[in-house]
Design a protein around this ligand. Structure first.
Ligand code: HEC
Ligand code: HEC
Length: 147
């Protein structure tokens, strides 16, 4: 009972496809997905530059936003280039803010000399900003505006 039904579906699909192709061919002309003629140059969308300079926190516990470019700084299982400027051992000479001391506490609250594993992937919490139109609108207000 089931077999003819299953065979029927591909046949129907193929014939619909063929009919579709025939219509597309007869309507003539290829339409570019770019919305312009193929020979025409199309202006590239504006590239939104990263905001430089330190930004005010929106609520007291907010991880500070990153005020500099980060695409060159590798973070993986072994390497963390952020630490080459922000670790307490080097921050002074690199003139960078030292990692928060909370980043040197393990899960049990013990003080460590090296950054805790839970803080290894910095951009889990710290992100740069770009002044671009929102992809999804929102009505977020900093906590200071709520007072
Ligand atoms: C070449 C050195 C250098 C490297 C590498 C570096 N930073 Fe920085 N970072 C700085 C300096 C210098 C500042 C201070 C900038 C200022 O005051 O305008 C800063 C500021 C920051 C701040 C702001 C802190 C605050 O209190 O406002 C954050 C967060 C930060 N960096 C995160 C990172 C992360 C995450 C990485 C790795 C992806 C990284 N940085 C890599 C030099 C560096
Ligand atoms: C789990 C989230 C989290 C991760 C991961 C994390 N941070 Fe933070 N960071 C914070 C928060 C929250 C603060 C502010 C509150 C505090 O001091 O703990 C902060 C503060 C800082 C500050 C400012 C310190 C100061 O005194 O002004 C710097 C610099 C910083 N982090 C750099 C880093 C770097 C570099 C890494 C990666 C090695 C990193 N953080 C990983 C959440 C995180």
């Amino acid at each position: 009972m089931k077999l003819p039904v299953l065979v029927g579906i591909p046949i129907l699909a193929i014939s619909t496809l063929l009919a579709g192709l025939a219509i597309a061919q007869s309507s003539g002309g290829v339409h570019s997905l770019r919305g312009t003629e193929i020979e025409d140059l199309r202006a590239v969308d504006e590239v939104h530059k990263q905001v430089e300079g330190r930004l005010t926190r929106n609520y007291r516990q907010q991880p500070p936003l990153i005020p500099h470019a980060i695409e060159q700084y590798q973070i993986d299982k072994r390497t963390n280039q952020c630490l080459s400027c922000h670790d307490w051992t080097v921050a002074g000479e690199r003139r960078a803010p030292t990692l928060s001391m909370t980043h040197y506490l393990d899960r049990e609250g013990r003080q460590l000399d090296t950054v805790a594993g839970t803080r290894w992937f910095c951009n889990q919490c710290h992100v740069p900003q770009v002044n671009a139109p929102e992809l999804v609108g929102n009505d977020f207000l900093p906590s200071s505006a709520e007072r």
